[in-house]
Design a protein around this ligand. Structure first.
Ligand code: AMP
Ligand code: ZN
Length: 479
């Protein structure tokens, strides 16, 4: 696709704090890594906001004609309650609470997370892989760092020595000297510098740590950060295009990932760092521990489908905080319903055609310029609405554009009728409908036409269409 300067893909790179033209390392091919979920509980809708943003990024890359190789890890070991080696082990804590093994906890919540991804129509990563299946890659990386003098062992654990890596903290623009001067003494007194981090634990704080592996430093388990470096480099190579996560990962997790990766290879690791802003709930970042625990299933039970939540997220730019409230979600729900109705209406009269090549061309260019402007989904949605409402083209042309734009939105707009009917079916009292259909049949047999008409009217009001044939009466939900 040849593009004008305006419609070239631009992405905001946290590393440089600038919106930059995106240039892939290999033409037409993008290597993408996104940090996965720590599978000690369900994903909350804040986590899911980040995965929706990353899905939109991937869809925009695909729309621009790139092939994408996407890798995501499953954090099933090593993540402590603080991102910086302090607190309890999240997996161990939940296993104790649920009286299960850590392995069972990981499997259960990985499945639940993957189901959420499916429900949200998130394109699955090419590799969604467990940290515990990549221990050897992590050990190899730590050995490399050890050979180059970036590590030290103290009191049974292997640490990364940040003072050996001159660029430490660049991503987060950390002023290490200033921070050091003001830093409280690190809780872990074995660290030489407060920002050093554990690569390999052998001296577990947890007597009942079940996940342990042999290593050159003794039986133990990896720190959290090392998994993303080892897994991404294993699948994507030592230099790749894009790495993403939520903004909470900038200052510790991604900072440490860069340090250990670039220290090991001696070269630049990732070209573009993209970070999604938080979903805010009751004035705070939504998190598992701090406020009401809202999952996709909780929303569904309250009458908000996954697509409604996806629509809600698309309504805000990924670099803006998004405040969750039921009021705001209700607005998204009714706009989404209006969208679905409009699409159904257009489809029901699809024969109506009015060609206007100039309009189609200009609306496509406008759409591309919005999505390529650092994934501006709110403005891209406005282009979709404009397309639905215009008189410049017919339904046939509109439907073609809807399908094209939905490659990026991922709202499953080609399946809305099905979704709509499924949803309506759930609301219909099937027993009541069948009783009324039977009563109507009996009335018709007795030639009580007024009564049978009355029953038909009642069914129509319930959104049910009845068809009489020689074989009997059938009914369906009106589409
Ligand atoms: P974790 O399992 O804690 O590593 O989180 C999984 C992903 O969700 C990470 O990319 C986090 O940055 C992101 N995340 C966590 N809390 C929120 C939130 N309130 N809003 C948006 N993203 C979040
Ligand atoms: Zn990560």
């Amino acid at each position: 696709m040849s593009k004008s300067k305006n419609s070239r893909l631009k992405l905001y790179n946290t590393y440089t704090r600038h919106k930059e033209d995106f240039v892939a390392i290999t033409p037409n091919f993008v290597k993408l890594y996104t940090c996965g979920l720590t599978v000690y509980n369900y994903a909350h809708i804040g986590n899911l906001r980040t995965y929706i943003f990353e899905d939109v990024l991937k869809r925009v890359l695909l729309y621009n004609g790139y092939k994408v190789k996407h890798v995501m890890n499953i954090t099933d070991v090593g993540h402590l309650t603080s991102d910086a080696d302090e607190g309890e082990d999240k997996m161990v804590l939940e296993a104790k609470k649920e009286k299960k093994t850590v392995w069972e906890i990981a499997e259960y919540y990985t499945n639940a997370f993957e189901n959420d991804l499916r429900k949200l129509n998130i394109i699955f990563p090419d590799f969604h892989v467990k940290a515990t299946d990549h221990i050897q890659q992590m050990i190899d990386l730590i050995k490399r760092l050890e050979d180059k003098g970036f590590t030290y062992s103290r009191d049974g654990n292997v640490y990364f020595n940040i003072s050996k890596f001159t660029d430490y903290g660049k991503l987060a623009k950390l002023d290490i000297d200033k921070l050091k001067a003001g830093a409280r003494i690190s809780i872990d007194e074995s660290k030489k510098n407060p920002f050093d981090f554990v690569l390999w634990f052998t001296k577990s704080k947890f007597e009942d740590q079940e996940m342990k592996w042999d290593s050159p430093w003794g039986k133990g388990y990896p720190g959290w950060h090392v998994e993303c470096s080892a897994i991404s480099m294993y699948y994507l190579g030592e230099h790749f295009d894009i790495h993403c996560g939520g903004i909470d990962h900038i200052s510790v997790h991604h900072t440490n990932e860069i340090a250990q990766s670039e220290a090991a290879t001696g070269k630049k690791w990732v070209n573009y760092w993209l970070h999604g802003e938080f979903l805010i709930f009751r004035q705070e970042k939504m998190s598992k521990s701090r406020n009401e625990f809202l999952t996709l299933d909780v929303l569904n039970e309250k009458g908000y489908s996954p697509m409604m939540y996806r629509y809600f997220c698309l309504g805000a730019h990924y670099r803006q905080p998004l405040t969750f409230s039921y009021e705001a979600l209700n607005t998204a729900k009714s706009t989404y319903n209006r969208l679905v109705n409009k699409v159904i209406e257009i489809k029901s009269n699809i024969e109506h055609s009015k060609q206007n090549i100039e309009f189609i061309k200009s609306v496509k260019i406008e759409f591309l310029s919005k999505i390529n402007n650092d994934l501006n989904m709110p403005e891209a949605l406005a282009v979709l609405w404009k397309t639905l409402r215009t008189d410049e083209i017919g339904n046939k042309e509109k439907y073609g554009l809807i399908l094209e734009f939905d490659k990026v939105f991922g709202l499953d707009l080609d399946k809305v009728e099905k979704l709509y009917i499924e949803e309506a079916k759930q609301k219909v009292d099937v027993k009541l409908v069948e009783r009324l259909v039977k009563e109507r049949d009996e009335a018709r047999n007795r030639k009580e036409w007024t009564k049978s008409d009355k029953i038909r009217m009642r069914l129509v009001e319930m959104g049910i269409e009845v068809r009489d044939s020689r074989k009997g009466t059938t009914w369906k939900i009106k589409s």
